[in-house]
Design a protein around this ligand. Sequence first.
Ligand code: 6GU
Length: 262
Amino acid sequence: MHIDIVTLFPDMFVGPFQESIIHKAQEIGALSIAVHDLRVFGIGRHRQVDDVPYGGAAGMLLRPEPIVAAVESILDRPVFRGAEEPPVDVDALPPIILLTPQGRPLTQRVVSELADHPRLVLICGRYEGIDERVRQYLATDEISIGDYVLSGGELAAMVVVDAVARTLPGVLGYERGAEEDSFASGLLEGPQYTRPPQFRGRAVPDVLLSGHHARIARWRRKESLRRTLQRRPDLLETVELNDEDRALIEEILREGKHKGTH
Ligand code: 6GU
């Protein structure tokens, strides 16, 4: 997987991409990342990238030309769907993704979908906004990482890179795959424990020390269902439950421990 990122703040990515999973993904050759400075494609001697909005409004907007120039340089071909230009075969392009609070919400399903492409182009919005023509005729997708406002798409792009990187083959290692994560199953993960077995009078649940693998698996599934019921009941609407799951939910409801703890 190769990811190109277009940003006015390339230095923001230096630290985060040199650590942990994203670092490992690059080290093993599962991922390569190129961060491109939008300023390089700015207009004139001042390398201008933004301007005042037409019609009068507060703030500055990113102009279309530098962003289109950046992406056409990265992909080495015309990509802007101009009125007078030959049509662009969007299916022959990598996704060109604008990071914006108006985009479709990032979910694990969207992450998997992105991870299926060999290449992605991420465009980080900044300032008060971006010329609509970028959205309409350059971007092929728009993504938001949640219902709150960030100062720019950079942190959102890092979130996308991290979430995609950890799903790539070989990145997490064999001990624990991304398949086991919260959300991968559609459910929240249940409680987990490590040593010591007793800490200030608080014990690890006996079943986890019992060595009964079937009982442990059943307990884990039940606690995962309990936590999902308690904290994110909306997730249970879309997840596929089997008869055993439904029986476990019955048990949880009878126990009456499905409320609170949030
Ligand atoms: Cl992708 N960008 C900005 N500026 N704010 C956001 C966001 C993106 N996702 C959530 N908030």
